[in-house]
Design a protein around this ligand. Structure first.
Ligand SMILES: [Zn+2]
Length: 99
């Protein structure tokens, strides 16, 4: 079993239990935040293949409250299109086991 696979399995286990941001996952796993973003598309496909859902809680601007609803990506946006603010709540992820 490769180390990469182990990290992805750990991410799946963590997201089964709790909603977490990439930063929180990186801290739990002792890896870089950008590494988490590399793993997330694979985690997403694994979850879907098992009939589960990976929900992305969208980023939100902490200045004006703009919610990035249409952004269906794992990485956080750089700035708010409404107020141009850069103080953004990062997206959070959670896996749901659909029945
Ligand atoms: Zn804003």
């Amino acid at each position: 079993m490769s180390a990469v696979k182990t990290i992805r399995q750990q991410i799946i286990m963590l997201l089964n239990d709790a909603e977490m941001t990439a930063l929180e996952l990186s801290q739990s796993l002792g890896i870089q935040e950008k590494e988490v973003y590399d793993h997330l598309p694979h985690v997403y496909r694994s979850a879907v293949a098992r009939g589960h859902r990976l929900r992305i809680r969208p980023s939100e601007c902490l200045k004006c409250g703009f919610v990035f609803k249409d952004r269906n990506r794992f990485t956080p946006p750089g700035r708010c299109p409404r107020c141009k603010g850069t103080y953004l709540q990062k997206p959070a992820f959670k896996i749901f086991q659909s029945k």
